[in-house]
Design a protein around this ligand. Structure first.
Ligand SMILES: [Cu+2]
Length: 161
């Protein structure tokens, strides 16, 4: 009887152990923390190559050397306030052979200064000013348009005499 009892109690103890062991394994599984430290250390050790970004110098469009050769400087405002899309002034007159520097200032929206027959095409972002220098070689009357606002009346005339 005592043998049987001790066997049963042993099995009971074993079952208690068996029930406890998985918990111990779970606790052990939480432990291996130190590993990430080594991985981050090696990662930061490999990080150091700091590529010094070469500063890109943005050359402003066509304003540089052309200023001194212009016979005339004309400021053209590209206005859009209140939905009034106009070139100001919109009608320009030049002499044949004249070299003109245009300072094209967009009020708040994107505008373009386009004369198809002369191959002129300048795009100006809202609030910015771009410069165009152009020599008018051929007499004529040329139509000036802002491509996005042509249908809203943003057109002009360049007369070369
Ligand atoms: Cu426009």
């Amino acid at each position: 009887m005592t043998k049987l009892f001790s066997v049963i109690s042993l099995m009971g103890i074993l079952m208690i152990f068996a029930a406890c062991v998985p918990q111990n394994d779970d606790h052990d599984a939480v432990d291996p923390d130190p590993i990430p430290q080594t991985s981050t250390a090696s990662a930061s050790a490999m990080a150091p190559p700091p590529a010094p970004a070469p500063s890109v110098s943005v050359a402003s469009s066509s304003s540089a050397a052309s200023t001194e050769t212009a016979d005339k400087v004309v400021d053209v405002a590209m206005n859009d306030a209140g939905g009034n899309y106009i070139f100001e002034p919109g009608d320009l007159t030049f002499s044949t052979g004249e070299t003109v520097q245009f300072n094209l200032s967009s009020e708040t929206e994107f505008h373009s200064f386009v004369v198809d027959d002369l191959g002129i095409e300048v795009e100006v972002e809202g609030g910015e000013t771009d410069t165009l220098t152009f020599t008018f070689d051929k007499p004529g009357v040329y139509t000036l348009i802002c491509v996005p606002h042509e249908t809203l009346g943003m057109v002009g005339t360049i007369t070369v005499q």
